[in-house]
Design a protein around this ligand. Sequence first.
Ligand code: SIN
Length: 358
Amino acid sequence: MITANFISCRVLSIFSCVEKRLSFLAKSQLSRVTALGLVTGLLSGTVCHAVEPEIVIKFSHVAAIGTPKSISIEHFKRQVELKTNGRIRVDVYPNSVLYKDKEELEALQMGAVQMLAPTLSKFGSLGIKEFELFDLPYLFANRSEVTKITEGPVGKKLFSILETKGIKGLAFWDNGFKMMSANKAIHVPADMKGMKIRIQGSKVLDEQMRTLGANPQVMSFSEMAQALQSGVVDGAENPPLNFFSQKIYEVQKYLCVTNHGYLGFVVIANKRFWDRLPADLKQTLENALTEAGKLNDSLTEKESAAAMTAIRNSGKTQIYQPSPDEIKLWKITLLPVHKKMEDRIGASLLQQVHKELK
Ligand code: SIN
């Protein structure tokens, strides 16, 4: 029996979700058609179940509600609940409400949550250094080069490394190319000298900032905005969507469009949990993930541009587009990071990456 209370809770949660999403969409200046499409999708995909779920998946992530990652995980949830007729329920915990960066990976390994979508840069803390190859500055010229690696033999190898740590790798999702932000103008690498820059916990990112003469500070994503506002750090690197959704443009005066590195997500599950799933449910989850991944990547592409426009229109952050010569300087300055990090990532893995990119 579906109780009146259940229905009213469900309706309330739908409207709160719609409200939050509309507010993000309004801020990111998406067209009304896109906004309406997403909201209609949200309402039509909502599932009411009378049955108790056999399986509950706790899916934790650190992105804000309304971002492409959050929308896509919600889409995954709705598809899974719909297609399994309520046999699986997915409880989503966004915005670091459950765990911060490093904690969530440990929680997944212990089975306290079943699914996550951390960035590629967060696996070093578990002793999985190979994923840090994605942090090498200017390794990828564009998104299709990234796909060549994630969807090819290297991506498969990386997933097999995850299994040795009790993690099942399921999909790679996009978030975009990173830029530098700070409370003083950045045009060329020398401008980074002496600044304290927040980074994710990756040794490649640490080396990248040291090579620029900056002082890297590892910090959780959820702590970044506050640390920038209070002056604990002077700057940060992130793609436009993250600068926008974390309101970094309100606390940083300058943004330099360096596009110096890639930031993507890996959707993962606790391996023991995954291996015990019945084959039909596993297939349903995989199908829903494929669909959600496509949604994430297309929203990311569209909304990254909208986020840049919104940041520019805020009037709070000046955006600097380096000239081709300045970009060349960034590339030359950061090139030594590749050699220095070769032993950490693995020379043969890097050779394979370069071979596949050529
Ligand atoms: C994320 O986008 O999930 C986090 C990025 C960061 O920690 O900088």
